[in-house]
Design a protein around this ligand. Structure first.
Ligand code: SF4
Length: 263
């Protein structure tokens, strides 16, 4: 058995029914097919992957859940982690009252690491607003337990040229098949790509995404240092031209929330 560290002894650990949440805030969706829509965002801590382009700190600066309220004010309310579902639902409901929202985005980190917790949260959120799951798209078994209460899935397909990690294509194929198992759930694909991305990687996407009407979003990688996009226009067109041969709805959308300088 591993010897507990001092942090283990002083920090309450998440259980199946609680989860570490970094922050909850109301903002504008900056990626994917719902870009520009107002959402409440719930950002979970931690992820099982290590994408090279990841811009998300894996815990909040204080280890607590930070809630910006009112939205855009910079005024932060703190809640001790891990949160029980009822506390998170109360926070979401209070933010939903501040404006008309399209949906509640569960993001991270990887929200599906806390799928048992989400089983308690999603049905309660659906009584007020749509649920939007932003995920690495690699854990089909975890998705199964929340799929009946998931309105929208923003599913990543991780390209090794961008992540710097081993391929996840088999996991993505299982995940996509699971997601398509609920016709009421809308699913779209997000591909972060860069100048090293190959047509062979995009060919893998064809094999995974069997429904040709599923929207495919090509998201040029944003630099972690200066927030610029360095891919050449010719490389963007090459990727887009390739995918439009096989899919009906291919769009190129960079991360727009970074231009707006919002959370
Ligand atoms: S899956 Fe998302 S949160 Fe996890 S390492 Fe990759 S970019 Fe970061």
């Amino acid at each position: 058995m591993a010897i507990p560290t001092l942090t283990d002894l002083t920090t309450p650990q998440p259980t199946l029914k609680t989860a570490p949440v970094q922050e909850v805030f109301s903002s504008i969706q900056g990626e994917g097919i719902y870009v520009g829509k107002r959402q409440v965002f719930v950002r979970f801590a931690h992820c099982h992957l290590k994408c090279a382009y990841c811009d998300t700190p894996m815990t909040s600066p204080t280890g607590q859940c930070h809630v910006e309220t009112p939205p855009g004010s910079g005024i932060i309310e703190y809640h001790n982690n891990p949160l029980p579902p009822e506390t998170l639902v109360d926070i979401i409901q209070s933010l939903l009252k501040t404006a008309k929202h399209h949906s509640v985005s569960f993001t991270g980190g990887e929200p599906l690491l806390y799928h048992q917790f989400l089983q308690s949260v999603f049905p309660q959120v659906q009584g007020h607003c749509k649920t939007y799951l932003e995920t690495s798209g690699t854990q089909a078994d975890f998705l199964e337990s929340v799929l009946p209460w998931t309105d929208i899935i923003a599913m990543d397909i991780k390209l090794p040229s961008a992540t710097g990690e081993a391929p996840q294509f088999e996991n993505h194929a299982r995940f996509y098949a699971q997601a398509k198992g609920n016709p009421a759930t809308e699913c779209f694909i997000k591909l972060v790509f860069n100048q090293r991305t190959t047509l062979a990687e995009l060919a893998e996407v064809r094999g995974i995404v069997t429904n040709r009407q599923t929207p495919i979003i090509l998201q040029p990688e944003t630099s972690l240092t200066d927030r610029t996009v360095s891919i050449l226009p010719s490389q963007v067109f090459a990727a887009e031209n390739y995918l439009t041969q096989y899919f009906d709805d291919v769009r190129v959308i960079p991360q727009t929330h970074k231009m707006l300088n919002v959370l």
